[in-house]
Design a protein. Structure first.
Length: 249
């Protein structure tokens, strides 16, 4: 197969070329720019989503459960001469098919595929096999950036249709990732409120449904137990005022 140099190594062409050839070169360069831009966005969304993966089921649809975190209620629990603020976790699971991340159209199969490292905490039951028959601990998520970079050696005649097919597929991937990200972030305002109000990071940890998270404890103060439904703006305001009261000397 005829090869072309990577754009990063190509030197500007100084000799005269036909309008048709010039247009073809410009189309290729434009295609490269568009694919790079889509890859950048997709990688950013995937980095956010993969931390919430709960379980990957290898099969015809490569389905995965994602965990959506929310805290609907904060309780200030008074005990003796202290008060502890507890947030009750609400965890919902939703299944999404990740087949677009695990397989690609035949148009893109002209180059060897590389795979991303599995996300931290990725649970893969023994016995799963990839397309080559490799058992367990296989990597399943295609490294589309590596696939794109390896395609840049192709001749323009081959590269242009490859870029068109890759762009179309990556756009479908972006729609899928956007749906997952949107669902995971439904309660972003509530989570950000907790982090800001209590200077507490919710990143990284996985919380069990209805578990209580200790946010802060104040000593030398006596109050009765009171709860705040922080999904409501009025309740958030009420909680902030209550915090000011218990933290004052």
């Amino acid at each position: 197969m005829a090869k072309r140099k990577s754009p990063s190594k190509r030197q500007p062409t100084t000799q005269a070329i036909s309008a048709t050839d010039r247009s073809a070169v410009e189309d290729v360069e434009r295609g490269i720019q568009l694919v790079r831009a889509i890859l950048t966005v997709n990688n950013e969304i995937w980095d956010r989503c993969k931390a919430s993966m709960d379980y990957f089921q290898r099969g015809g649809t490569d389905t995965t459960n994602f965990r959506q975190l929310n805290f609907e209620k904060i309780t200030a629990r008074g005990s003796g001469h202290s008060v502890t603020f507890l947030a009750t976790a609400i965890v919902r699971l939703k299944q999404f098919s990740l087949s677009l991340l695990c397989s690609c159209p035949d148009d893109l199969a002209i180059l060897p595929l590389q795979y991303l490292p599995n996300p931290a905490g990725f649970r893969n039951p023994a016995g799963f096999r990839d397309s080559l028959g490799k058992v367990a601990d296989s990597k399943y998520f295609i490294d589309y950036e590596a696939l794109f970079e390896s395609s840049l050696i192709l001749h323009e005649d081959v590269l242009m249709p490859f870029l068109v097919a890759l762009k179309k597929h990556l756009e479908s991937v972006q729609v899928l990732l956007g749906e997952i990200d949107e669902w995971l972030m439904e309660h972003r305002a509530t989570l950000e409120f907790i982090e800001k109000t209590f200077s507490f990071s919710l990143q990284g940890a996985k919380y069990a449904n209805h578990s209580n998270l200790t946010l802060r404890t104040y000593q030398e103060t006596s109050v009765c137990t009171v709860s705040f439904s922080i999904s409501k703006e009025s309740e958030r305001t009420r909680l902030v005022k209550f915090l000011d009261f218990v933290s004052s000397p």
